[in-house]
Design a protein around this ligand. Structure first.
Ligand SMILES: [Zn+2]
Length: 78
């Protein structure tokens, strides 16, 4: 009888250890890094008025020259 109780206790401990391990919360995901403002961008000068603007805001003509606006692109380089 004592052996059965001991066996049940052992089984209970094993089950408890397994379930306790499963209940452990998963590791929290790494905290989001603060968003970097982005890689520095090349600044281009408008071919018409000379104002500087980021490359992704520039309008380029067929020759690859950058302009600050559609009006200046149509006006062409000065
Ligand atoms: Zn311009």
């Amino acid at each position: 009888m004592f052996r059965i109780l001991l066996l049940l206790a052992l089984v209970g401990v094993v089950v408890w250890m397994i379930t306790a391990r499963r209940r452990e919360p998963p590791a929290p995901p790494p905290a989001d890094l603060p968003k970097s403002p982005g890689a520095p961008q090349a600044m281009l000068a408008c071919g018409h008025c000379g104002v500087h603007l980021p490359r992704d805001e520039a309008l380029c003509d067929a020759q690859g020259r950058a302009f600050c606006s559609e009006a200046h692109r149509l006006a062409g380089p000065r």
